[in-house]
Design a protein around this ligand. Structure first.
Ligand code: GLV
Ligand code: GLV
Length: 321
C-alpha cells in the first residue's frame, strides 16, 4: 500500500481521493507549518511514496533525502519557488503544481485589490470603525477612478491575462504588458499593447499589477530604480511573490510619495512585514489569500491528489513542472 505524507491539513476533497485509492495517508496533526527539522523527522518516520507539500515548506536536498522512496512532491500551489526543482530532477523526483484552477480566483482577487486601493476601501473601513465618520463631506477620502486608466501587467501568464481581460472588458482600461514572451494573439483579443521594455510599462501605467513567478531574474524586479520610474499617482499591486518587490524600499517609496499606494497580498519575508509597512495608510495588506476561496482551495486539493495518483500508478502527472 502506497504511503502519502501531507505536510499540513488541506481541504478534504483531495485527501478523500487518496484514501479512496487505498493509500495510507498521514497528515501533520498540527495546523502549523513544520520546521525543517520537524518535516525531516516526519518524513523519516515511514518510507513515504509521495509527499503533498505547501508553499510554506522549503523543499531542498535534505528534505528529499529524508524521503528517499518518494517519487513525487506535489505542491499545493501554482508557484513552486519553495522547491529545489533542479535537485529533484537530478534525483528523478517528480514535482507538480496546481496551475489553471486558481487563475480566476487570483485574478478576481488582484482586481479586488486594484479597486480597493484606488477607492481607499480598507482605509475607509478603518476610518468608519474608529468612529471618525461624522457625516458626509465633499472631500472625504477621495480616491481615484480606474475606468479609462492604464493598467500595466508585468508577467502575462494565465493570471496576468485574466486580470487584463477584466480591466479591458469590465473597466475599459488601457492595458499595457511586459513579459519575456510577446503574445500577439492576446494583444488582438484583448486590445492590449506590448512593451518591449518593462520600464515603459512602469512609466506609463496608473496601476501596475505583478504576475511573474519568483525566479532568480524576478527577485527584486521592482527595485528602487524601477519603483521610482512609476508615476507619483500610481499604485502597485502584488499577488505574485513577496521577494519580487524590494519591500524595504517600497516602505520609503510609500512614505515619501514616490508612488501613491500599494496593495500587497505577499511579502518578502512573510509572515514578517517590513518595518514601517503597517503604519502606512496608503497600503493594503492581506495575508497571502489571493487563491483562498472554498471552491478553489478544494479544486487545488483534488488536483494535487490527482498528480500523486497518476505518479504512483506509473504515469506522468498532468501538472509536472
Ligand atoms: C499561491 O500563492 C500559489 O502559488 O498557489
Ligand atoms: C499562473 O497560473 C500564471 O500562469 O499566471
Amino acid at each position: 500500500m502506497s504511503k502519502i505524507y501531507i505536510t499540513r491539513n488541506i481541504p478534504d476533497a483531495g485527501i478523500n481521493k487518496l484514501k479512496e485509492k487505498g493509500y495510507e495517508v498521514d497528515i501533520n496533526p498540527d495546523d502549523k507549518v513544520l520546521t525543517k527539522e520537524e518535516l525531516i523527522s516526519a518524513l523519516s518516520a515511514k518510507p513515504y511514496d509521495a509527499v503533498l507539500c505547501l508553499l510554506t515548506d522549503q523543499i531542498d536536498k535534505e528534505v528529499f533525502e529524508a524521503a528517499p522512496q518518494a517519487k513525487i512532491f506535489a505542491n499545493y500551489a501554482v508557484g513552486y519557488n519553495n522547491i529545489d526543482v533542479d535537485t529533484a530532477k537530478e534525483k528523478g523526483i517528480m514535482i507538480t503544481n496546481t496551475p489553471g484552477v486558481l487563475t480566476e480566483t487570483v485574478a478576481e482577487y488582484a482586481f479586488a485589490l486594484i479597486l480597493a486601493i484606488a477607492h481607499r476601501i480598507a482605509e475607509a473601513d478603518k476610518f468608519t470603525r474608529e468612529g471618525k465618520y461624522k457625516g458626509w463631506a465633499p472631500k472625504l477620502l477621495l480616491g481615484s477612478n480606474i475606468s479609462g486608466k492604464t493598467l500595466g501587467i508585468i508577467g502575462l501568464g494565465r493570471i496576468g491575462s485574466q486580470v487584463a481581460h477584466h480591466a479591458k472588458n469590465g473597466f475599459n482600461m488601457n492595458v499595457l504588458y511586459y513579459d519575456v514572451k510577446r503574445n500577439e494573439d492576446f494583444e488582438k483579443e484583448i486590445g492590449a499593447t506590448y512593451k518591449e521594455n518593462m520600464e515603459d510599462v512602469l512609466k506609463e501605467s496608473d496601476i501596475v499589477s505583478l504576475h511573474v513567478p519568483l525566479i532568480d531574474s524576478t527577485k527584486h524586479l521592482m527595485n528602487a530604480d524601477r519603483l521610482k520610474m512609476m508615476k507619483k499617482s500610481a499604485y502597485l499591486v502584488n499577488t505574485s511573490r513577496g521577494p519580487v518587490v524590494d519591500e524595504k524600499f517600497l516602505v520609503s517609496a510609500l512614505r515619501d510619495g514616490v508612488i501613491k499606494g500599494a496593495a500587497l497580498d505577499v511579502f518578502e519575508e512573510e509572515p514578517e512585514l517590513a518595518e514601517g509597512l503597517v503604519g502606512l495608510d496608503n497600503v493594503i495588506l492581506t495575508p497571502h489569500i489571493a487563491s483562498a476561496t472554498e471552491e478553489t482551495r478544494s479544486k487545488m486539493s483534488e488536483m494535487t491528489a490527482d498528480n500523486i495518483i497518476v505518479a504512483l500508478e506509473g504515469g506522468t502527472p498532468p501538472n509536472l513542472v
